[in-house]
Structure formats: structure tokens, C-alpha cells
Design a binder for this molecule. Structure first.
Ligand code: PGA
Length: 250
């Protein structure tokens, strides 16, 4: 695993965006696994800048997203499909027909999970971008999700509902379910970039990458992936450096 510790969120985003932009430069029809939440916003802004500077074209890429809220669709501001349009797709030359997310409005969620799972089998991510939840989740794979999981419907934990309430008028408006790629779908990516910033993520980062590999911390499975780049800012890496300092002085 490659680890970068940057001074702040902005610097962490730059390096993550550079990795994705270089991937597309080397392979213009790359399959990009994309994420939502606060963390990717600055990464997408850097990718948009690279496109506007004419350094890169996304015309041939295909994208798959990690997850979507059950009940929300394109016309809902808080849906992940509209997040992707607003923060990335509407500002670059990607063909929207090549962008895929689970359909949160599907009338049959089990069938939708099967459809998305099949899609993922035919579209192995060349690179998968990830954030991490303060409880160690990746995508919406909450603690104790089996490592073998594929795309599934998840009941969101109170912790995640509380964390995501900031995007909604109030916590009661946060959907209680989501469709998410499973951990095996994420591990199937050829390469993974995970970006972890802010002191509220320090414990999750430490548990995921310095703790034991356990379903109680879903992100810890990434220790078993052959090609992971972990990008943190100083705040998120707080417990890593503390341990390093202690170690040096022992
Ligand atoms: P955040 O969420 O980027 O909004 O902190 C990350 C996640 O929950 O995976």
C-alpha cells in the first residue's frame, strides 16, 4: 500500500485527482469507480479543472458509482445521481450514457441489485475512488457486512444517518436505506484510491489500516487488496503519526 500524508484536504484532493487524471491519460477508455459525499467534491473540482485546461478528455471513460439512496432519483437534489451531475458530469465531456449508478427509484430493489451486480461484472473498475465513514464503512457497507458481499440493500446505521444529516434539511429526511456495491465488488477493482481527511476520521483510518482485518471495520478489508493508495491529511493521520513518534522514542 502506498500512503501519502498531506498537509490538508486541498492537498489530499490534488494528489487523488492527479492519480485519476493520469489513469485516464494512460487509458482514455478507463472504467472509473466513483464515490459521493464531502470528500470527493474537491477531487472532482480538480478533475474538472484538468478538463478545462484541456489536459484531459473523459469522452471515452465509463463510470460506476458506489451507491444510491433508496427512494431518491435524478430529480432529488440529495440523490447521488444528481450529486454526480452537479459536481462532475455536467462539467466534463463524459457521455452520460456511460455513467452508471444503482437506481434508487427501482420498484424492485432485489432485481436492481442483481442488475447492478451483473453490470459490475462486465465493468471491472480500473480504479475505484473511496472515502471512509467515521464508523469504518466504505460505500454503504456498514460494520459487520460480510467481506463476500455483492450489491445489496442496506439499512443505514444511526451513525451514518447522523453523519449524512448535514446534506438534508433534517435527520428525519435522510433515507433509511440505500443500495450499495458490496465489499467484493469494491475489492474487484484493479486499483483503489482512498482519501481520508479530518480528525473525525482519525480513528476509522487507524482501525482500517493499522488494526486487524475484521468485518467490524469494513475498510480493513483493503489491507488485502494488492494495489491501494491511501491519501490522508495530517488530521486524519493523527493516530498514525502519534504511534510513529512513540515508536521512534521507544
Ligand atoms: P464523507 O463520507 O466524504 O462525506 O465524509 C465518506 C463516506 O461516508 O464514505
Amino acid at each position: 500500500m502506498k500512503t501519502f500524508i498531506k498537509s490538508d484536504y486541498k492537498e489530499a484532493c490534488k494528489i487523488a485527482a492527479d492519480i485519476i487524471v493520469n489513469k485516464v491519460k494512460n487509458n482514455p477508455s478507463a472504467i472509473l469507480g466513483l464515490a459521493t459525499g464531502s470528500t470527493p467534491i474537491g477531487i472532482y473540482a480538480n478533475m474538472v479543472q484538468a478538463y478545462k485546461r484541456k489536459e484531459i478528455s473523459f469522452a471515452k471513460v465509463r463510470t460506476v458509482n458506489l451507491d444510491e439512496y433508496v427512494g431518491l432519483g435524478e430529480s432529488d437534489n440529495q440523490s447521488y445521481v444528481s450529486f454526480m451531475r452537479r459536481n462532475l458530469f455536467d462539467h466534463i465531456d463524459v457521455d452520460l450514457r456511460n455513467t452508471y449508478l444503482p437506481n434508487g427509484k427501482s420498484q424492485n430493489l432485489e432485481v436492481e441489485c442483481e442488475r447492478y451486480n451483473e453490470l459490475l461484472q462486465s465493468m471491472r473498475q480500473d480504479i475505484q475512488l473511496l472515502g471512509i465513514g467515521s464508523n469504518g464503512h466504505i460505500a454503504f457497507n456498514e460494520p459487520n457486512t460480510p467481506f463476500t458481499s455483492c450489491t445489496h440493500v442496506v439499512n443505514l446505521t444511526q451513525n451514518t444517518i447522523k453523519d449524512n444529516a448535514r446534506f438534508f434539511p433534517c435527520a428525519a429526511d435522510v433515507p433509511t436505506q440505500a443500495l450499495t456495491m458490496g465489499l467484493s465488488n469494491i475489492m474487484n477493482a484493479k486499483e483503489i484510491v482512498i482519501v481520508v481527511t479530518g480528525s473525525n476520521k482519525a480513528q476509522a483510518a487507524y482501525d482500517a489500516f493499522k488494526g486487524s482485518i475484521s468485518e467490524s471495520c469494513p475498510a480493513s478489508i483493503l489491507q488485502q487488496h494488492p494495489s491501494v493508495t491511501l491519501i490522508m491529511d495530517n488530521d486524519a493521520a493523527r493516530l498514525f503519526s502519534l504511534r510513529t513518534v512513540l515508536h521512534k522514542h521507544q
